[in-house]
Design a protein around this ligand. Structure first.
Ligand SMILES: *[C@@H]1O[C@H](CO)[C@@H](O)[C@H](O)[C@H]1NC(C)=O
Length: 253
């Protein structure tokens, strides 16, 4: 083979693979192959303390001016340690500023009570969150309780945690990544949750949160959350910062 021909071939191959590479980057496969939720997963440990949100995508209930002091606290409905009836979901956030007007999903505090259940006991990291129908509506086991949820129920997947409950030295979770199920929409830098139309349904269905046990996360923890999110194929471009410094949670549910 002539030297010129060889050079031409090499250039051709190189440009072909670059184009292919760009094509793959522009159109990631969504959800990423193998995308699932955390396994094994210890729900009792997960809900044992409040979670502080460090970053999230804005949602119907948490628009940009509510990205202050966002926290989630999960309380077993049947009593401490008993997950058979699901858990109350007590979301909390402040409007416009740190310690501003409080919004909450705790009924006891005038909110619209939400709760979460596990539809399949074999996969405790895949929960559903929906409106709580009252004690009479939720008197059976977790799986049938979830069947009673209205169409408004949303997926709540814990897709990654810092440690594994299978580890003999497991002492609980320090951080977690939550999504509203598999991210199905290619968005240039990865995959995102929601619906492709970009409208109201999109805002209602999207969800991606970085949770930490510490109110103000360390740089190290944030870096671990970033690295893991990238590894999972999630588009980090949708995330916005939540202010946590100075938040007073003393009255929060
Ligand atoms: C409450 O927060 C959870 C995530 O922690 C989310 O799935 C849910 O949509 C939120 N709901 C409201 C009403 O804030």
């Amino acid at each position: 083979m002539g030297k010129t021909l060889l050079v031409c071939l090499v250039i051709l191959l190189a440009s072909a693979s670059t184009i292919l590479g760009r094509e793959l980057l522009a159109q990631p496969t969504c959800p990423p192959p193998g995308f699932s939720s955390a396994k094994p997963f210890d729900l009792t440990s997960y809900i044992s303390a409040p979670w502080y949100v460090q970053k999230q995508v804005t949602t119907t209930y948490t628009p940009e001016n509510f990205l202050y002091c966002v926290r989630a606290n999960y309380i077993p409905i049947a009593g401490p340690g008993d997950l058979s009836k699901g858990v109350y979901v007590n979301n909390y956030s402040n409007k416009d500023r740190v310690n501003g007007l409080a919004a909450t999903t705790s009924k006891a505090q005038g909110g619209f009570q939400l709760y979460a259940t596990v539809p399949d006991d074999a996969v405790p990291s895949q929960l559903q969150v929906g409106p709580y129908l009252g004690d009479n509506g939720v008197t059976t086991a977790v799986s049938s309780a979830s069947a009673k949820m209205s169409g408004e129920a949303a997926n709540y997947w814990v897709v990654a945690t810092d440690s594994s409950s299978a580890d003999p030295k497991f002492e609980g979770y320090e951080w977690a990544i939550i999504t509203t199920g598999p991210p199905t929409i290619p968005s240039g830098n990865g995959c995102r949750t929601g619906s492709a139309d970009g409208g109201i349904a999109d805002v209602a269905q999207r969800g991606f949160w970085w949770f930490t046990r510490k109110q103000v996360a360390t740089a190290e923890t944030l870096e671990a959350l970033r690295a893991k999110s990238l590894e999972l194929g999630l588009d980090l471009g949708v995330l916005q910062d939540v202010q946590q410094a100075g938040c007073d949670y003393s009255g929060a549910p």
